[in-house]
Design a protein around this ligand. Structure first.
Ligand code: PLP
Length: 420
């Protein structure tokens, strides 16, 4: 057992191990000018531990070849490691079978896969698709494209002033034409955790399949796709301490088998002639061409790293950070937190009276504090609150209360510069 595992076992909270955890992330030692980096942009992309970096290097230096297509040693090793990574993802989300895990280039690609593979086959003129007001553009635009093509209709679940879905209104949107639900597990703009289990059950009672956008959830909450009973669940590695360019689509086997392929090419076929092509079985039917093999293996390593710490411990510690940061931010005059759901991950969106979020982000950067400003690819959320943008601090298990203090000090400096 490693030193970190021993410390984790002996403690009740990650707080006691956070220095040890931070030592795993070389990038956290960076200086921005003469200030220490305070990285609070984890909802956009999290950082990569040395363990994952080393795994990528080991793959490239000793294991790389193209997969699935040769009998030579390196190709067999690479194929084996790629399929091991798939099984790590399977166990991470408790999928029933490894073939239910499709490697994609990320969340956006996975949603587009479902739109093309499921939506274009099964959604017809006059059918209705339910989305929510909390969706990222990735879970809006593909469905709009489909609706335009098929003359289908999009219905939107509204939210209240705390940024919570109005579940009663969701239930009222169902009718005989409802064919599909697309629903985010966690809002990237506000941090709201949605009651997806109940919402999935409601849709299933009416025979309607549900896609869950787990991009903001998978790094922060334990996800069990069998317990949730969702038809599809999608997320990207780069928000889970893994590489960019890789993510997964989980789909129930019977749904994936019924779907048409999204991309054509090598590996996704069983036989090809100019008269007729037959497709491979799942998951390969949806993995045309050479996949990002190194990234998939790195994703597997990131899953090992996170699982070693434990998602329950991560969720508990990040909640401590959220509570502390919310308390400190909410007493600063002129600061308004947007999104006050009782059920949130450690994402805080806020506005400052008389100061544009872009200026907040720029000045905080001078203090070494990295946050994100803008509409966060969730313009409908901004429209709902009648604001163009917010500043968003998003936390990970390697952040500390000292870093929350650095954010608060930075905000005081912003106030002084702009309002005095
Ligand atoms: N969905 C949500 C909720 C997100 O937060 C994001 C990224 O921020 C995405 C989808 C898109 O993810 P990607 O850019 O990795 O495809």
């Amino acid at each position: 057992m490693g030193a970190l595992e021993k410390m984790l076992q002996a403690s009740n909270s990650l707080a006691t191990c956070v220095d040890r955890i931070r030592a795993d992330f070389p990038i956290l030692n960076l200086k921005i000018g003469d200030k220490s980096l305070v990285y609070l942009d984890n909802a956009a992309s999290s950082q990569m531990p040395q363990f994952v970096i080393d795994r990528l290097v080991r793959y490239q230096t000793t294991q790389h070849a193209n997969i699935h297509r040769a009998v030579h040693h390196l190709s067999e090793v690479a194929t084996h490691e790629y399929e091991v990574a798939r099984r790590k993802l399977q166990h991470f989300i408790n999928a029933r079978e490894d073939k239910e895990v499709i490697f994609t280039s990320g969340t956006t690609d996975a949603i587009n896969l479902v739109m093309h593979g499921y939506g274009r086959k099964f959604i017809q003129k006059g059918d209705e698709i339910i989305l929510t007001h909390l969706e990222h553009h990735s879970n809006i635009v593909p469905w709009q494209m489909l609706a335009q093509e098929k003359e289908a209709i999009i219905r939107v679940v509204p939210i209240n002033d705390s940024g919570e879905l109005l579940v009663d209104e969701y239930e009222k949107l169902f009718n005989a034409n409802t064919r599909f639900v697309g629903l985010t597990h966690v809002s990237n703009a506000l941090g709201t955790i949605n009651p997806i289990k109940e919402m999935i059950a409601f849709a299933h009672q009416r025979g309607v399949p549900v896609l869950i956008d787990g991009a903001q959830a998978a790094a922060h909450l334990t996800v069990d796709v069998q317990a949730l009973d969702c038809d599809f669940y999608v997320f990207s590695a780069h928000k889970l301490c893994g590489p960019t360019g890789i993510g997964i689509l989980y789909g129930k086997a019977h749904q994936l088998e019924a779907m048409q392929p999204y991309k054509g090419g090598g590996d996704m076929i069983s036989s090809v002639s100019f008269e007729k092509t037959t497709y491979n079985t799942i998951p390969y039917k949806f993995e045309a061409g050479t996949p990002p093999i190194a990234a998939a293996i790195g994703f597997g390593a990131a899953i090992d790293y996170l699982s070693n710490i434990g998602l329950d411990a991560i969720a508990q510690y990040e909640h401590e950070l959220l509570t502390y940061a919310t308390e400190r931010l909410s007493i600063i005059p002129g600061v308004t937190i947007i999104g006050n759901s009782a059920s949130k991950v450690a994402v805080i969106s806020f506005t400052m009276d008389g100061i544009h979020p872009h200026d907040v982000g720029t000045l905080l950067n001078e203090e070494g504090v990295a946050i994100r400003t803008g509409h966060h690819c969730a313009q409908p959320v901004m429209q709902r609150f009648n604001i163009p943008a917010t500043s968003r601090a998003s936390f990970s298990f390697y952040n500390t209360k000292d870093e929350v203090d650095a954010l608060i000090e930075g905000i005081q400096i912003v106030k002084k510069v702009f309002l005095s």
